[in-house]
Design a protein around this ligand. Structure first.
Ligand code: GBH
Length: 521
């Protein structure tokens, strides 16, 4: 099924909402032992292993303790038509808001010492205004203090995302949310408020999660909240996410860094875009695709201060405002690390078969040989992970900006029921082993400076428009039990062992890594 709908006469503006066509006959679909092989062994000392979640996907308690409505609350509760499979919503999700001990306990049992999660903006500032005159929720503020204290007691280091897609609805209603530049100031006020309140406890800040998804799906294609469409909203949104990140960075840098001594960065999502062939036109098309999905944020922040030339050449200024010289200076260097969410790879072919460079159009392809996950867009292609890490190092310099892998994982669909959960997920262990093994090659052979690896996700949760149908968790969540009981999948034990020993054991090889002492019920 092609989900992408061209807008007007515009040429397909890319990627995550354009399904790939399977059946590439590229030689790259064939196994390649040299490319595909991995080995067991230890990671550099101090390497960090982490789990990730996001507030809207796990917390529930959507109207508890004065929390304001956000755009996903509204979007997932609309019923005519429903935007989420089977009309599900995140009202209760994993009920993590009232099960903090369960979540912290699960991580502690697995020996995981880092946790990436997000704050719910509307839980802290119900109407989205966090400035001095804004309304702040005492109960919401206390909640994250309690949670951070529990993490600290369990010796788990927090990585906090400020924005994982849950804009306060009030800001959407007032001025159109991310499509309006007022959001930049409101995000700045929110960031300042949060640094002020929690900066003693949190030393790793991620401003925005996957702005590309926020804007392309939420404001361009309309599949995600708030469901708007068109190049105007989409590219204004994109522009404002860059400016909002830059603003939050400078606030941290000038007002808090000296006292709090933490780190701040942004997380971007990208596939690896491999040219379908060695034709120059296919290589150029792949580069354009990288520019669209990654370079749009990474170039301004880590490389030039401005958008990639291929983007500026294709997107008119009525849709995408141009950066002023002053903005370019303010943008450049505004991060302490490079946050990467990576899941899958696509092959890219230029728009015709003759090898002509068509300039603005291209096709995403997949190999029928690639194992498909429970999510239609996700194919397990481990070697692409090594290539994207190496591309980021070469383009953005991982010695200057260490790479934090802030998400990587794989889903199942329809496997098991709450009465008979699928806990023996050897296929998921296989996926993690190979992705982690390819990351190890990037570190050892390509000298890429990767410092953190984060598994998505700690537990099965609300997977946006597919609701509870796609399970990314290393823990099984029983969504039919009132308490949302969780169970360890085999992959959780595998990940715990990997983290505890700081060492990858490739299937069948038990000799290389030190023994781990996991104490799991
Ligand atoms: C991440 O996005 C998110 O950060 C996280 O919240 C999410 O749970 C996790 O991955 C797993 O999906 O609707 O068919 O057009 C990963 C990038 C971008 C992949 C949006 C799916 C939607 C495809 N995602 N895309 S479709």
């Amino acid at each position: 099924m092609k989900l992408f709908v061209p807008i007007g006469t515009a040429v397909a503006w890319h990627s995550t909402y354009q399904d790939v066509e399977l059946g590439s006959e590229s030689a790259k679909c064939q196994p390649d032992p040299d490319r595909d092989s991995i080995t067991s062994g230890e990671f550099p000392k101090g390497f960090k292993w982490s789990f990730a979640t996001a507030a809207y996907q796990i917390e529930g308690a959507y109207d508890k303790d004065g929390k304001g409505q956000n755009i996903w609350d509204k979007f997932s509760n609309e019923n005519n038509p429903c935007h989420v499979e089977d009309c599900q919503n995140g009202n209760d999700a994993c009920k993590s808001y009232m099960n903090m001990d369960r979540d912290v306990g699960n991580m502690a049992k697995l020996g995981i010492e880092n946790y990436r999660f997000s704050f719910s903006w509307a839980r802290l500032c119900p109407k989205g205004k966090c400035g001095v005159t804004g309304e702040h929720s005492a109960a919401g503020i206390k909640h994250y203090h309690d949670f951070l204290d529990k993490l600290q007691a369990a010796n788990i280091e927090p990585f906090v995302t400020l924005y994982h897609w849950d804009l306060p609805q009030a800001l959407q209603d007032e001025y159109g949310g991310w499509a309006n530049e007022t959001v930049v100031d409101d995000f700045g006020d929110y960031a300042r408020f949060v640094f002020q309140e929690y900066g003693d406890k949190v030393k790793n800040w991620i401003t925005l999660n996957e702005s590309e998804v926020v804007c392309d799906l939420g404001y361009g294609a309309g599949f995600f909240a708030p469901g708007l469409t068109g190049w105007g909203p989409q590219f204004h949104c994109r522009h404002h996410t860059v400016l909002a990140h830059v603003k939050a960075y400078h606030i941290y840098d000038s007002e808090f860094r000296a006292r709090q001594g933490g780190r701040i960065g942004i997380t971007m999502n990208t596939n690896w875009y491999e040219p379908n062939s060695d034709l120059q036109a296919d290589k150029d098309a792949s580069q354009r695709w990288m520019d669209d999905q990654l370079g749009f944020w990474a170039d301004p922040i880590y490389r030039t201060g401005d958008y990639p030339p291929s983007v500026l050449a294709r997107i008119p200024d009525w849709a995408l405002p141009r950066m002023t010289d002053e903005q370019k200076k303010l943008n450049l260097g505004t991060a302490d690390f490079f946050g990467l969410n990576h899941y899958t790879t696509s092959l890219v072919k230029d728009c015709d078969n003759n090898g002509n460079n068509c300039g603005s159009s291209w096709t995403g392809l997949g190999c029928s040989e690639w194992p498909q996950a429970g999510s239609g867009w996700l194919f397990s292609v481990p070697w692409g992970f090594r290539r994207i890490l190496s591309y980021i190092d070469q383009t953005y310099d991982s010695n200057k900006y260490p790479i934090f892998v802030t998400e990587n994982g794989i889903s199942s669909r329809g496997n098991g029921t709450d009465l008979n959960p699928e806990l023996d997920d050897a296929w998921r262990i296989h996926h993690y082993t190979n992705y982690i093994g390819q990351m190890k090659r990037a570190i050892e052979e390509d000298k890429v400076n990767v410092q953190v690896y984060t598994a998505w996700s700690l537990m099965d949760n609300f997977e946006w428009t597919t609701g509870y149908h796609e399970r990314f968790g290393l823990m099984w969540t029983n969504f039919t039990s009132d308490e949302r009981h969780t169970y360890f999948k085999d992959s959780a034990r595998f990940f715990g062992r990997t983290a505890m020993t700081n060492c990858l054991s490739v299937e069948g090889d038990t000799s290389t890594c030190p023994k781990a002492f996991l104490n799991l019920e």
